[in-house]
Design a protein around this ligand. Structure first.
Ligand code: ADP
Length: 580
C-alpha cells in the first residue's frame, strides 16, 4: 500500500513537472512571437528612416546646379543651396566636399557633425565617395554628443570626381520611438558597440557575451537554466539583471544587429500559476484517493466485524439448535411413551369392561352349553327310540347354538384385540351390531330392552375403537336404567351437515349436575369399585376426539341421560372404498 502512495506521489510530481514544462514552453513561445513582431516593427522603423536618406546623396550629386557648383568650389558660395536641400529633404545636414576633402559648402542644422567650411573631412564615407563609390558611416560626435549616420556620394563630371555630397542623419529620433517600449532595445554595430538603445547609460558601451570584466560594457550572461533563449544582462558595476528573453534581428542594410530583451516575469508567473493549479488538482486527487481509501478501509473493518458477529451468532445458533434438537428428541420420546401408555390404558380399560361383563358372559356361554348338552342327551334317547326326525331337529338346534357361541366368541376376541391408531371409513351399523352382541346378555339380565333406530351411515373412525365407545355408552345406559320398571335404551343414528350422530339414550335417573361437569375425568365414577373404574367415558371421549369428532353428555327433558357421538361422514370416495 505504501508503494501505491509513493507511485501516486511520483505521478503527481510528474504531472506538475510536465504541466510546468508545457506551460513554460507555451508562454515563452508566445512571448517570443510577440517580441519578434515588435522587433520587426522597430527594425522596419530604423531601416525605413535610413533608406530614405541613402538615395538622397546620389540624387543631389547628379543635379546639374550642384555639379556646376562643384566645378568652381568657392567657400561659402554653395551654403544656401546645401541648406535648402537639407531643409527640403528633412536631412539634418548636407555638405559639399572638394576632392581634397575640404568642405566648401554646408547647410542644415549646422555644427552638428558636419565639419565647418575649410575643414577637411577625411572620414571613411567621404573617402569612399571621393574614390567614386557611395559611402556611408555612423559615428559618435563627441563635441555635440550626437550619434549620426552619414551617406556620401561622388559628384562627377566627365568621369572625373569633382567632390562629394555628404548627408547627415541624426539617430536620436529613432531612440525616441523606442522609448515607449518597456523592454530594452539595442542596435549593435559590427564592432560590437551599442550604437543605439532606449537605455541611456548603455549607449556606446560594448556588447559582449564574454565574462571578462569590462568597464561600461553590457555583458550577456547565459541564464541559469539556459532554456528558451533567456539571458541575464549586466552593465558595468550594476548588479546582474533579471532573466530576460533575447530576440535579435540582423539589419543587412546597415550591417547592424538589433536586439530586444523581453521581460519574462509574466510568462514565468503564468507558468508558476499553471504548475500551482496542476499541483492543487493533484493534491485534491490525492486527498480524494486518501478519502476513498479510508472509506474502503472502514467499510472493510465494518464487514470484518460483522462477519465476526455473524460467525459468533452462527456458533450460538448451532449450539441452540443442537439443544433444541435434543429437546425435540426427548419430547418425541416422551410423547411416544405417553402414546404407548395411553394405548395400554385403553387396552386395560377394555379388558376391565370384559372383566365387568364376565359374569353375564359366562352365563351367556353356560346357558347355550347347558342347552347343547340337554339337546344332545335328548337326541341320543330319540335315536334309541327311532325318532330320528326329532333327533335331527335337536341336532340342528345344537348347530344353531354352536354358531351363536362362535359368533359371540369372535366378537369378544375382536373386542379384546389391540386397536390400530388410524381412522378410515367405517359403516356404523355393523360395528353397532357387534357391540350390541357383547352387551345384549348384560341387558337381558337387567331386563333392559335396546332399540335401534335410523339408517346406516359411513363415518370416519376406527371400527374396534368405535365399538369400544359404543359398548361403553350402551353398557353405562343399561346400568343406569336397570332399576327402572320398563328399562329402555335407544340407539338412534342420523346425519346432518356432513356429520353423523349416534345418540345413546336411556330412561334412567339422568346425570346429577355436579357429576355432569366431571363425567369425562379419568377415574370419576359413582359406581362401586366392583362395577366401575371411572375410565370408560374419559377414554371414549379421547377416542372420539382422535377421530376428529366429539362426545357430549346431557339429560333428557323427559328424564334419563343422552350421550351423543358426532363423527365426520366419509365422503363419496371413502364410501366406495368402504363398500369394497
Ligand atoms: P364407570 O362406568 O366405570 O363408572 P364411566 O366413565 O363409564 O365409568 O362413567 C362414569 C360415571 O358417569 C358413572 O359412574 C355414572 O355415574 C355416570 N354415567 C355414565 N353413564 C350414565 C347414564 N347413562 N346415566 C347416568 N349416569 C351415567
Amino acid at each position: 500500500m505504501r508503494l501505491a502512495w509513493v507511485l501516486a506521489g511520483v505521478a503527481c510530481i510528474a504531472i506538475v513537472a510536465a504541466t510546468a514544462l508545457v506551460a513554460r514552453s507555451m508562454f515563452f513561445e508566445d512571448l517570443r512571437e510577440r517580441t519578434e513582431a515588435a522587433l520587426a516593427l522597430y527594425s522596419a522603423g530604423l531601416e525605413g528612416r535610413l533608406e530614405k536618406y541613402r538615395l538622397l546623396a546620389p540624387i543631389i550629386a547628379r543635379r546639374t546646379d550642384v555639379v556646376t557648383r562643384f566645378q568652381n568650389p568657392v567657400v561659402g558660395a554653395g551654403d544656401r543651396m546645401a541648406g535648402e536641400i537639407a531643409r527640403m529633404s528633412g536631412a539634418d545636414d548636407v555638405a559639399f566636399v572638394d576632392p581634397t576633402g575640404a568642405v566648401f559648402a554646408r547647410g542644415g542644422r549646422l555644427n552638428e557633425g558636419v565639419l565647418s567650411a575649410t575643414d577637411r573631412d577625411l572620414r571613411p564615407h567621404v573617402l569612399a565617395a571621393l574614390e567614386g563609390r557611395l559611402g556611408r558611416h555612423h559615428a559618435y560626435d563627441a563635441t555635440t554628443g550626437k550619434r549620426n549616420y552619414f551617406f556620401a556620394a561622388p559628384v562627377r563630371r566627365a568621369r572625373r570626381v569633382l567632390g562629394a555630397v555628404v548627408v547627415r542623419v541624426g539617430l536620436e529620433v529613432v531612440e525616441q520611438d523606442w522609448a515607449l517600449s518597456k523592454n530594452a532595445i539595442i542596435a549593435v554595430d559590427p564592432a560590437g558597440v551599442v550604437f543605439l538603445s532606449n537605455r541611456r547609460h548603455w549607449r556606446l558601451s560594448r556588447f559582449t557575451d564574454s565574462s571578462a570584466r569590462a568597464e561600461s560594457a553590457l555583458i550577456k550572461i547565459p541564464s541559469r537554466f539556459g532554456a528558451q533563449g533567456t539571458v541575464r544582462l549586466k552593465f558595468g558595476d550594476d548588479p546582474v539583471g533579471p532573466s530576460v528573453m533575447e530576440v535579435d534581428r540582423r539589419l543587412p542594410l546597415l550591417g547592424w544587429t538589433l536586439y530586444t530583451f523581453a521581460d519574462t516575469s509574466i510568462a514565468l508567473s503564468r507558468t508558476i500559476s499553471a504548475a500551482t493549479i496542476a499541483a492543487l488538482i493533484s493534491l485534491i486527487g490525492l486527498i480524494g484517493l486518501w478519502i476513498s481509501r479510508e472509506r474502503l478501509r472502514s467499510e472493510r473493518l465494518v464487514a470484518i466485524r460483522l462477519e465476526r458477529r455473524v460467525r459468533a451468532r452462527t456458533r450460538e445458533l448451532i449450539v441452540a439448535n443442537r439443544k433444541m434438537a435434543r429437546e425435540v428428541e426427548e419430547r418425541r420420546a416422551a410423547e411416544e411413551e405417553l402414546k404407548t401408555t395411553q394405548a395400554e390404558l385403553i387396552q386395560s380399560a377394555k379388558l376391565a369392561t370384559i372383566g365387568q361383563m364376565s359374569a353375564t358372559l359366562s352365563h351367556e356361554f353356560n346357558q347355550p352349553l347347558a342347552s347343547i348338552q340337554s339337546y344332545a342327551e335328548n337326541a341320543e334317547a330319540l335315536i334309541d327310540h327311532g325318532r330320528t326326525d326329532e333327533a335331527r331337529e335337536n341336532m340342528s338346534r345344537i348347530g344353531g347354538l354352536v354358531a351363536r357361541l362362535g359368533k359371540l366368541n369372535r366378537n369378544l376376541k375382536a373386542f379384546a384385540r389391540k386397536p390400530g391408531t388410524g381412522a378410515s371409513s367405517v359403516a356404523v351399523k355393523a360395528v353397532l351390531d357387534e357391540s350390541l352382541n357383547l352387551v345384549s346378555a348384560q341387558a337381558k339380565r337387567a331386563g333392559v330392552t335396546i332399540e335401534v333406530v335410523g339408517d346406516d351411515m359411513v363415518v370416519i373412525a376406527g371400527p374396534l375403537r368405535l365399538s369400544q365407545v359404543l359398548v361403553n355408552l350402551i353398557g353405562n345406559a343399561v346400568d343406569a336404567c336397570a332399576e327402572q320398571a320398563s328399562a329402555q335404551v335407544a340407539v338412534a343414528l342420523d346425519c346432518e351437515d356432513g356429520y353423523g350422530r349416534i345418540r345413546v339414550s336411556d330412561n334412567g335417573p339422568g346425570i346429577k349436575d355436579d357429576a355432569l361437569a366431571r363425567l369425562f375425568e379419568p377415574f370419576f365414577t359413582t359406581k362401586t369399585s366392583a362395577k366401575g373404574l371411572g375410565l370408560g367415558l374419559s377414554i371414549a371421549d379421547k377416542i372420539v376426539r382422535e377421530f376428529g369428532g366429539r362426545l357430549e353428555a346431557a339429560n333428557r327433558d323427559g328424564g334419563g341421560a343422552v350421550f351423543t357421538v358426532t363423527l365426520k361422514l366419509a365422503d363419496a370416495e371413502s364410501l366406495a372404498e368402504a363398500a369394497e
